[in-house]
Design a protein around this ligand. Structure first.
Ligand code: C5P
Length: 212
């Protein structure tokens, strides 16, 4: 990996996205949600009604394009912008099941590794510090109580089965959600976004911002 990667893992609605986005903007790094890759693919399987047994073949002829926008990226599945579909209820209901397939994980991981060849990244997900970039020295694991996480998701107005996703994400065989070895664990239950960002930035020490 040529660029630097700050890995932020944790369960759904633990604050990863907002924190990662803000840290990325402070340092001039690119913000990447690895969950968006799984969601874009889940969206494709929903609209094309792909059965599990056909996933491997289906993936082989998929093109998942990455378009950089300001400090973040948009995903194009076979040329179609997936952005407005990432939180569709059908996608939220299917994504964790889709993400449990090794072929899906290999497909996504190769794209995540390619991004790190080009840019400094703040990447959030479930297995970034444990599997995708285990050697990065900057690893964080954010958590919050299940009640607080459910409250946060309800405030965003999303229909999202987070308890079921947590169960699937933590119990799957390939790359389950774990606290990565060597990560800094932050319980965000009683913290504001700004407080969490301050803690992360302070623990990054003298990590230099990206060159413009
Ligand atoms: O982070 P987000 O909620 O968008 O992730 C959606 C789903 O994608 C997760 O519940 C999980 O099943 C899957 N995922 C994963 N590994 C990652 C990121 C997301 O399995 N690194």
């Amino acid at each position: 990996m040529a660029g630097r990667v700050i890995a932020i893992d944790g369960p759904a609605a633990s604050g990863k996205s907002s924190v990662a986005r803000s840290v990325a903007s402070t340092l001039g790094f690119l913000f990447v949600s690895s969950g968006h890759f799984y969601r874009a693919l889940a969206w494709g399987t929903v609209i094309e009604s792909i059965p599990d047994e056909a996933l491997n073949d289906w993936l082989m002829s998929r093109h998942l394009g990455v378009e950089e926008k300001e400090n973040s990226i948009s995903l194009l599945l076979d040329g179609k912008d997936a952005t407005s579909h990432l939180s569709d209820p059908e996608v939220a209901a299917k994504v964790s099941q889709i993400a449990s397939f090794p072929c899906m994980r290999d497909f996504v991981n190769s794209r995540l590794h390619a991004l790190a060849e080009e840019r400094d990244l703040v990447m959030e997900g479930r297995d970034i510090g444990s599997v995708v970039f285990p050697d990065t020295p900057w690893k964080f694991y954010l958590d919050a109580s299940p009640e607080e996480r459910a409250r946060r998701r309800a405030r965003e107005g999303d229909v999202d089965p987070i308890a079921e996703r947590d169960r699937l994400d933590s119990t799957r065989v390939t790359a389950p959600l774990v606290i990565p070895e060597g990560s800094d664990v932050i319980d965000t239950t009683r913290m504001t976004l700004e407080q969490v960002v301050d803690v992360v930035i302070s623990r990054l020490g003298n990590l230099q911002p990206s060159n413009p």
